[in-house]
Design a protein around this ligand. Structure first.
Ligand SMILES: NC(=O)c1ccc[n+]([C@@H]2O[C@H](COP(=O)([O-])OP(=O)(O)OC[C@H]3O[C@@H](n4cnc5c(N)ncnc54)[C@H](O)[C@@H]3O)[C@@H](O)[C@H]2O)c1
Length: 320
């Protein structure tokens, strides 16, 4: 079999069809792919089809690709049949290291040579999962967010024995398949977004454990506060705007000393010259030529859009 380019892929296999695997199936079907799926649970097919049916109205609202159809889904009785003709494989089995190792080795043995196999793992480095596969060079992490058919982000990273070409092929494939991709050049447990989520989650748990805030307060503090901004601009550029016309440099001069204050249980790194410069110049790159005034206007428009869309401007929410 000749290996397809990311643009030529027509047939995708999803192995493990629970919340995430089923979400991937729904996404790939909506983008017009033929999808084969395998999951060892006895009721897996019925559950998967229910998940896809439940997601379909949202996917239809988002816009289906030409030819997209739920009829393009085939649930196979064996893993081997699911991947036999696959041009890309997405593994979404339970988050257990031994299970992932064995499964990836089995997938590697059954999938046509050279075809990229991605794991949805939430945090295992591929280096730890690719230990028993005969050809680890094509194994990558493709970490999605729930539900994969709605949240665009996929974090892509290889392991020690992954070929660079497999990482770039996977990144390009996900882009073609309609995802927003971050390609990481090194393995970090939890990747990027989960590390950030986890920091917030652990602090929230500390606050509940210490009686410092209720669950309801914690949720409201995000949905009525920074969460509104984060829907339209990331935490770095958002903080740059807290520095007014002086941007991130002023923000760091102003609030840098607070990094020593006990505002969180997570210890801050030393804000030395190198880190200061990396953050300021990183914001310049992220701003991509937009002035502070333009970024403020963009943020404000975005927050108003979110407030309106969620029915919090006194008027009605947009029709759903
Ligand atoms: N739930 C999330 O929010 C989330 C987000 C991102 C990534 N992930 C990752 O996605 C993967 C799947 O998580 P989930 O939340 O969908 O779990 P889940 O429990 O909903 O689904 C797991 C599925 O795998 C099946 N399964 C069990 N053994 C298997 C095997 N040997 N081979 C293939 N399939 C097998 C189960 O029958 C089940 O249907 C995990 O690696 C998880 O860390 C989860």
């Amino acid at each position: 079999m000749t290996l397809p380019t990311p643009e030529e892929v027509r047939r995708v296999a999803c192995v493990g069809a629970g919340v995430i695997g089923g979400g991937w199936v729904a996404h790939f079907l909506a983008r017009g792919y033929d999808v084969t799926a395998w999951d060892p649970a006895p009721d897996a097919e019925a559950k998967l089809r229910r998940l896809v049916d439940a997601a379909w109205p949202a996917l239809t609202q988002l816009g289906l690709a030409e030819g997209a159809s739920r009829d393009r889904l085939t649930v196979t009785p064996t893993l081997e049949l699911a991947v036999a003709e696959a041009q890309f494989v997405q593994e979404s089995a339970p988050e257990k290291l031994d299970l992932k190792r064995d499964l990836l080795a089995r997938l590697d043995a059954a999938t046509p040579a050279g075809v990229v196999i991605a794991s949805s793992t939430s945090g295992y480095p591929m280096t730890d999962m690719q230990t028993t596969a005969a050809d680890p060079s094509r194994l990558v992490v493709g970490h999605p967010f729930n539900p994969p058919y709605l949240i665009p982000l996929v974090e892509v990273v290889g392991g020690e024995h992954t070929e660079e070409a497999a990482v770039s092929w996977a990144s390009r494939f996900y882009e073609v398949a309609g995802k927003s991709v971050i390609t990481m050049d090194r393995e970090v447990p939890g990747f990027i977004a989960n590390r950030l989520q986890e920091a917030l989650w652990r602090e929230a748990l500390h606050m509940v454990a210490n009686g410092e805030a209720t669950v309801r307060d914690i949720d409201a503090s995000i949905t009525e506060g920074p969460g509104l901004r984060w829907a339209v601009m990331g935490p770095m550029l958002t903080f740059a705007l807290a520095g007014g016309e002086g941007g991130m440099a002023h923000m760091l001069d102003h609030f840098g000393p607070s990094l020593k204050a006990p505002w969180t249980r997570l210890e801050a790194p030393e804000l030395d010259r190198e880190l200061y410069d990396a953050v300021v110049s990183g914001c310049d790159v992220a701003a991509d030529g937009r002035t502070i005034a333009e970024l403020v206007a963009e943020r404000d428009r975005g927050v108003i859009d979110v407030l309106r869309a969620t029915g919090r401007l006194g008027g009605k929410a947009e029709p759903r």
